[in-house]
Design a protein around this ligand. Structure first.
Ligand code: SF4
Length: 414
């Protein structure tokens, strides 16, 4: 699994006055799953519900059991296989029942606040939830694949020093519906309904946008199960990667309950430097993290674990760092691949990107150690590519300007 470099570094943004969830502590919030929440108008968004939850929702609206079983199957197919956004389009459901459904339920999509398209085809969206929270999503097309980078939280608690999102506090976890809704919106935009096994532009998903997915475990798991369901969006787990900064206690569960590819934000090979770059390291150190990787269910040479390593000048990019990286990965006998990511600075960042020569040398050393270490090509540099920049830029524009640009750019996306 190759991970495009645009995806993480400075994932995003957002300062909002009132936190919606209490987060006790600085770097170790309790992940609080939110149950099915009606919208302010009392209607329930069906996107994000499991098949069972969908049937329950119909039952609790007053539909009788036999009918609810049938209708939930039909509606689920329309939502996830056909991409329907209106009950009126569900032609095998009696017209007389459409108003009943519309009164009680909605088929949600995130609101598009802004959309950008890069010269290299990279697309980036600033999205808004029904309660007004903003988050980002990026689509990166390549010759043989198209990768969607999906956010799991609004903001982040982890304060990684090279990441723009790390400068923002966590507002709340995204719901399963808001997570899977990103994939559905991308499918809308790419014209990829109904779901089909071949010929898609959107072939891969990385949970690598805003937030730490393992601090929102239940919602991420539920959303990815919807994404993987063969009757619906039908993406193989081999085409999905979950990226963590190293929430060690949740990694085994992620392997067992989700089973997708794993990527780890490593970024340093010594305690001091990793403590600085990824403060979560103070809680779960490098050795503990690498042992959890070695224990990750399903990792083997065909499904290697990706170690992300952002290249920061004079910080983590020496020959000694490269040799130590090889030593560590070999010591834990990890089926590993290293992604070397040229740092994409954002205003106020404390670091600079390593020189191209230094990055090449680092890569050579790791390759010579028998571990693949490609240098990722920066993407979308002509748009506000590093996550968070789009949001920051958007805050400086007027509402009317944003609306106009979003309409024009979305129309251009076809
Ligand atoms: S976990 Fe670190 S890299 Fe990821 S969004 Fe949070 S601060 Fe950024």
């Amino acid at each position: 699994m190759e991970i495009p470099p645009i995806l993480r570094y400075g994932c995003a943004m957002q300062t909002v006055s009132a936190a919606l969830m209490p987060i006790p502590g600085h770097i170790d919030p309790v992940p609080v799953p939110r149950g099915v929440q009606p919208r302010p108008d009392g209607r329930v968004d069906l996107i994000g519900l499991t098949k069972d939850q969908l049937r329950e929702a119909l039952l609790s609206g007053g539909m009788e059991l036999k009918q609810a079983k049938l209708r939930s199957k039909q509606i689920w197919h329309w939502l996830y296989n056909r991409g329907a956004t209106r009950f009126a389009d569900m032609t095998d459901i009696a017209k007389a029942q459409h108003p009943w459904l519309e009164e009680r339920f909605v088929i949600g999509r995130p609101e598009v606040v802004e959309a950008q398209v890069s010269n290299d085809g990279t697309r980036k969206w600033l999205l808004r939830s029904a309660d007004g929270q903003d988050y980002e999503m990026v689509f990166i097309p390549d010759a043989d694949r198209g990768t969607l980078c999906v956010s799991s939280q609004v903001g982040c608690t982890l304060n990684c020093r090279f990441c723009h999102t790390g400068t923002m506090r966590l507002v709340r976890n995204l719901t399963a519906g808001e997570i899977v809704g990103q994939v559905m919106l991308a499918r809308d935009s790419l014209g990829e309904w109904p779901s089909q096994p071949e010929g898609r532009m959107l072939t891969n998903i990385v949970m690598m946008g805003m937030g730490e997915p393992l601090y929102n475990f239940d919602a991420v798991r539920d959303a990815l199960k919807l994404v993987m369901d063969g009757d619906g969006l039908a993406l193989s787990k081999r085409r999905i990667t979950l990226s963590t900064s190293g929430v060690v206690p949740m990694m085994a569960r992620a392997g067992a309950e989700i089973g997708v590819n794993l990527a780890v934000s490593l970024h340093a090979v010594t305690k001091d430097v990793r403590d600085e770059l990824v403060p979560l390291n103070k809680k779960y150190g490098i050795e503990e993290l690498l042992q959890a990787c070695a224990d990750y269910p399903g990792a083997n040479n065909a499904r290697r674990i990706t170690f992300e390593y952002v290249m920061l000048k004079d910080k983590n990019d020496s020959d000694a760092d490269a040799h130590e990286l090889v030593r560590l990965l070999r010591h834990y006998d990890l089926p590993a691949k290293v992604n070397l990511i040229p740092f994409n600075p954002w205003p106020g960042a404390d670091y600079e990107c390593s020189t191209p020569e230094r990055i090449r040398r680092f890569s050579d050393i790791v390759f010579e150690g028998g571990i693949s270490a490609p240098v990722r090509t920066p993407r979308g540099r002509d748009i506000d590519a590093a996550c968070g920049q789009l949001k920051t830029a958007a805050e400086k524009k007027s509402r009317a300007q944003l609306d106009r640009e979003a309409e024009e750019k979305f129309a251009a996306l076809g």
